[in-house]
Design a protein around this ligand. Structure first.
Ligand code: ZN
Length: 84
């Protein structure tokens, strides 16, 4: 997965972050959450070293949208709550 990261680089950000992009971004950082591995945190979805490309993309979109860490936390909690 590291080599794919290197080939593709970071995912481009949308020129203007819409509410829909925010939904995708929250989903990305939720699905691409860190998992503890002996050598350090890795993405639980694609096993890339955390934060993986999609996690980084999600965070950059939410930063661009001007959301604080606390607001991001709330959005992630809202999205993860109804799943189980
Ligand atoms: Zn990932």
């Amino acid at each position: 997965m590291d080599s794919i990261d290197r080939i593709l680089g970071d995912i481009p950000l949308p020129p203007y972050v819409t509410a829909e992009d925010v939904t995708f971004a929250v989903r990305a950082i939720t699905v691409h959450a860190p998992e503890q591995w002996p050598e350090g945190p890795r993405c639980r979805n694609d096993r890339a070293p955390h934060p993986c490309r999609l996690h980084r993309w999600g965070r950059r979109v939410l930063d661009l949208r001007g959301l604080t860490d606390r607001q991001i936390h709330t959005l992630v909690a809202e999205q993860t709550a109804p799943v189980r």
